[in-house]
Design a protein around this ligand. Structure first.
Ligand SMILES: [Zn+2]
Length: 477
């Protein structure tokens, strides 16, 4: 049931209602009953682990980097105070995005399919950031004056189940605890949505985007799905009504028309996502070629075609398709990464290495470039260097399970068995499997018994994870 994806916005609103749950357990006494930002943070992060453990994600470094960079940039002009954000990219072509307590931003790959310009994409992200900055989640809980952390946690658990495809079971869990709140929640939901639209518009304008992108996208979605029995899930949590469109339209029109509408970078990322969700790379190639025939200047279609050709193994053709882009913009990181990938696929490893060196001089801390470098080192069987490069990458991405997964693999290859178990422990903790995480540290400790310093570090980390596990279980009880 595709519409039962994580919709934390709905959740925020569910909490807003009178839960009337005097018979439900609450944590602590009434004086400590307001959800603190710290608790919100902990709960959100614990939830993120559960979500990651159960829902397929996109692990494309370029896409991850684009989402992270663009949302951080938006957050700078937003009202968000706590800017410790975590991102999760769900592998789904459905239109959806959500914000969860604790600074979690979730995006479906599908958002790139539906948002036709960068400003449209940014209007959705600005809306989500506004849910966070207004703390719609915690405010809903405060509205009942008593913290019902276990209820909140049960709801989150239910939503994970729903997101993982357990569908009705997850929904039933939510319904049974919250049936009485549904009616009241709708009113709060509309209020929250309206507030998120308004604050999001303000943020869009401040960040230099054209705020008209928001009503434009709403209008198009409404036209597209007016008579559709199964609209995209985002529209179920974010119904676009005439009045909502009119409200954002009126507000957007008050700003001078000078904001940015789109960027080539966004269109290139969009081509990557389109390729991902096309039936086969062959079908994608046909579609990109048709776009290019119609408009030979469409660089994003040319880029998409080159990637599609690469995927079908037509490496020579891919190189020819890519060449005009590289001569037009020789320093563009996205084009160069495509050429590096192509060189690696064709086993031209020296050429790939020379290009990487040139790119590192221009973009020294670029995550997708670092990842490409690691992949090349592994292909060259320079395992130790790959291991060091990964340790370097971890300095900026210590909470990225994709990185820890590869770290474990590479440490295994290089014979660093203690390091392998440590990396597995971090990976399992990030995907919410604390038992396995703690067990991995047991394995590591057994091997480190004659290295006192290392053993005590492992011990300390194991205690931290055990405490996190205890907190999560307490919240989910
Ligand atoms: Zn919303």
């Amino acid at each position: 049931m595709t519409f039962l994806r994580p919709t934390l916005l709905t959740l925020a609103c569910l909490f807003a209602g009178q839960i009337g749950a005097s018979d439900l357990p609450s944590l602590g006494d009434a004086s400590s009953s307001i959800v603190s930002p710290q608790q919100e943070h902990q709960l959100g992060r614990a939830w993120l682990g559960l979500l990651r453990g159960q829902v397929a994600q996109l692990d494309d470094p370029q896409l991850k980097d684009f989402v992270e960079t663009s949302v951080y940039r938006l957050s700078e002009t937003s009202q968000l105070q706590d800017r410790r954000l975590e991102f999760v990219l769900l592998n789904s072509p459905q239109l959806n995005a959500f914000a969860a307590p604790g600074g979690i931003i979730g995006v479906n790959g599908g958002l790139f399919l539906y948002a036709q310009t960068e400003a449209e994409y940014a209007s959705v992200m600005a809306h989500e950031l506004a849910h966070l900055s207004q703390r719609h989640f915690a405010r809903g809980v405060e509205a009942q004056q008593r913290m019902q952390l276990p209820v909140m946690a049960a709801m989150l658990a239910g939503i994970v189940a729903a997101a993982a495809g357990a569908g009705d079971a997850g929904m039933a869990a939510i319904m049974s605890t919250q049936a009485a709140a549904i009616q009241e929640q709708r009113r709060f939901s509309r209020q929250n949505e309206q507030e998120a639209d308004r604050i999001g518009l303000l943020n869009l304008e401040k960040a230099g985007y054209d705020p008209r992108a928001m009503p434009l996208m709403f209008e198009r979605l409404m036209r597209q799905y007016r008579y559709d029995a199964k609209p995209p899930e985002f529209l179920l949590t974010h119904p676009v009504s005439e009045s909502r469109i009119a409200d954002t339209r009126n507000r957007a029109e008050q700003y001078p028309a000078q904001g940015r509408e789109d960027s080539l970078r966004y269109q290139l990322m969009r081509a990557r996502v389109q390729l991902t969700y096309e039936e086969t790379p062959g079908v994608a190639a046909k579609r990109f070629r048709a776009m290019l025939d119609e408009n030979p200047g469409l660089d994003a279609a040319r880029y998409g075609l080159a990637l599609a050709q690469m995927k079908t193994g037509q490496l020579g053709e891919a190189g020819q398709t890519l060449a005009p882009l590289l001569s037009k913009a020789p320093e563009d990181i996205v084009y160069n990464l495509a050429q590096i990938e192509l060189d690696m696929a064709a086993n031209h490893l020296d050429a790939a290495q020379r290009r990487q060196e040139r790119m590192f001089a221009l973009y020294p801390s670029n995550y997708p470039l670092q990842q490409a470098h690691i992949d090349l080192l592994l292909k060259q069987q320079r395992t130790r260097e790959a291991e060091r490069a990964l340790d370097e990458l971890l300095k900026n991405r210590a909470k990225d399970p994709d990185v820890w997964y590869q770290v474990a693999e590479v440490r295994g290859l290089s014979g660093n068995t203690i390091g392998l178990h440590q990396a597995r422990a971090e990976f399992f903790a990030l995907v919410g499997d604390y038992n396995q995480a703690i067990e991995q540290l047991d394995f590591a400790k057994r091997r480190a018994s004659n290295n006192f310093q290392l053993a005590s570090r492992l011990d300390a980390r194991q205690r931290e994870l055990a405490e996190e596990k205890r907190l999560v279980e307490q919240m989910l009880r």
